[in-house]
Design a protein around this ligand. Structure first.
Ligand SMILES: Cc1cc2nc3c(=O)[nH]c(=O)nc-3n(C[C@H](O)[C@H](O)[C@H](O)COP(=O)(O)O)c2cc1C
Length: 483
């Protein structure tokens, strides 16, 4: 019989299922089974939510830079005092975007109620192996397999004994025997139970079987006057351990490297209330900063005025004008890599008004424009603190490759990321980008220009790809760009 993983269904189907199951006060799985049963019996509800899907939100898409994929955990709560901590564990897992389905042993229900667990997990709670509602299609097998990880917290001495010996006489132990997913145990018991030879044997066997353990910690016990090893790890420790098992840490190819990035537009003042700007959103530069940070780099982001949250773990300097941006870039050197993704205004107003310009009988004010400093060329041509890899961006609205090649020749940088920002592409302010990476063949300073055209991608994907290219250079000394 095929198994169905709900979280892998289309978003529209998931939305429909969630709405319908919430309305009928059933778990999503139960709702699917009811739908199937109704279909077979020929009395299914009309799928109205599909014919009138909610209008797409006009709110900006949340920044999912570095966002991790959804995961799901079956949490088995054993019968120990520490069961109350599992209520916090549910919350900690959910805030890490991990779906949690809970199973309570008979003993666990003496310590926490299925109602509290269900209210926190927003899911039906499972307690019985012989539950006709969930067992008509072997529900314990689904609980064992339709998840990415099984966490047992608290793992009682009794559960350790059952798992290590392959018992399956209740729902919890049957799930643990029937699973092919990773298992994480958070033991919690009296120190004498933990140090008992039987428990030691069981734990050793479980470790040989490849089961992961977190804790127990040492400290005071619930029993008055008792202390020692046996306290269940804190919810946050268990959630972190679960997350490590679900999402092994990414390699950090840029660890120890300092990466400087500029992003966003600049605002060039006309007078105290007016300015010259451009339509850059800063999304591409911010995505690169987040990707470089995720790759382990120490990242400094110098950003013009944007409507984005600072990426986590990145040092951000906010500036307004091109001159301020150059100042902050120079102050941030030395760096191993500098990526100039900002759309810096080419010109500023020479005769900036000290007061707000007024309409006068003399006619319109004449704005004199002067050239702004060229940040990319300035840094590329440094002799002392030039970063070993300098990357510029060429945003063009026509003759993309031709103009980008000319810019490459003029600026003295190592790579150019060229993108078409003509209005029809929706790149300016949008979430997707089509870029071409220009570099010199064999890294030679005056070598032939090679153009690597990437398919259309989200700005996050472009950022990850660019960081992967940088990592290859950064870790391959023989391929360092000529400076
Ligand atoms: C008040 C009280 C507290 C208990 N605390 C624990 C505990 O922390 N760890 C443990 O292994 N057993 C503890 N037990 C014993 C278990 O509840 C008992 O072994 C039970 O059969 C475990 O069932 P389960 O493993 O199916 O959840 C406690 C019992 C009582 C009455």
């Amino acid at each position: 019989m095929a198994s169905l993983t709900i979280r892998k269904l289309d978003d529209a189907v998931k939305t429909y299922l969630r709405l319908r199951s919430a309305r009928n006060r059933r778990s999503v799985e139960e709702e699917v089974r009811v739908i199937l049963r109704e279909l077979i019996e020929g009395r299914e509800e009309p799928l109205t939510p599909f014919s009138a899907p909610p209008a797409p939100s006009t709110a900006p898409t949340p920044q999912r830079t570095g966002a991790l994929p959804e995961a799901s955990v079956t949490l088995i709560i054993g019968g120990g005092i520490a069961a109350y901590k599992s209520l916090d564990l549910i919350r900690r897992l959910k805030e890490r975007r991990i779906e949690v389905r809970c199973v309570l042993t008979k003993a666990a229900q003496q310590f926490v109620t299925p109602l509290a667990v269900s209210a926190l997990s927003h899911e039906r709670v499972y307690t019985d192996l012989f539950d006709p509602q969930s067992e008509f299609d072997a529900g314990h097998i689904r609980l064992a397999r339709d998840c990415d990880l099984i966490v047992v917290a608290p793992a009682t001495a009794d559960l350790l004994a059952k798992i290590s010996n392959g018992h399956a006489d209740d729902l919890a132990s049957a799930i643990l025997l029937a699973t092919n997913r990773k298992i994480l145990l958070a033991p919690a018991m009296n120190p004498l139970m933990w140090s008992n030879a039987a428990t030691r044997r069981n734990v050793a066997q479980l470790q040989r079987d490849g089961v992961a353990l977190i804790g127990p910690n040492s400290g005071e016990m619930a029993e008055a006057g008792e202390a020692g090893v046996g306290r269940m790890s804190e919810a946050i420790e268990i959630a972190n351990a679960a997350e490590r098992l679900l999402r092994p840490p990414m390699p950090k190819p840029l660890a120890g490297k300092r990466v400087l990035i500029t992003a966003g537009p600049t605002h060039e003042p006309i007078d105290p209330v007016r300015y010259i700007a451009n339509r850059s959103s800063g999304k591409q530069g911010f995505a690169i900063a987040a990707a470089a940070q995720a790759a382990g780099a120490d990242v400094m982001l110098v950003s013009g005025p944007v409507d984005l949250d600072d990426p986590a773990g990145v040092t951000v300097k906010h500036v307004e004008s091109a001159r301020q941006m150059l100042e902050q870039v120079q102050a941030a050197l030395p760096a191993d890599v500098a990526i100039f993704a900002a759309a810096v205004a080419d010109w500023r107003v020479a005769n900036e008004g000290e007061q707000k310009l007024k309409k006068t009988a003399a006619g319109m004010p004449q704005l004199q424009l002067v050239e702004n400093p060229d940040i990319l060329a300035t840094i590329s041509k440094l002799t002392d603190k030039r970063p070993p890899l300098v990357i510029g961006f060429a945003a063009e609205t026509e003759h993309l490759i031709e103009n980008a090649k000319a810019k490459f020749a003029r600026k003295g940088c190592d790579w150019i990321v060229a993108n078409d920002v003509s209005p029809a592409t929706g790149v300016m302010g949008g979430d997707r980008n089509t870029v071409h990476l220009l570099s010199r063949k064999n890294g030679a300073k005056d070598g032939e220009i090679a153009v690597d055209s990437w398919p259309v991608m989200t700005k996050e994907q472009v950022a990850i790809e660019l960081v992967a290219h940088i990592a290859r250079i950064a870790t391959d000394k023989s391929r360092e760009p000529a400076s």
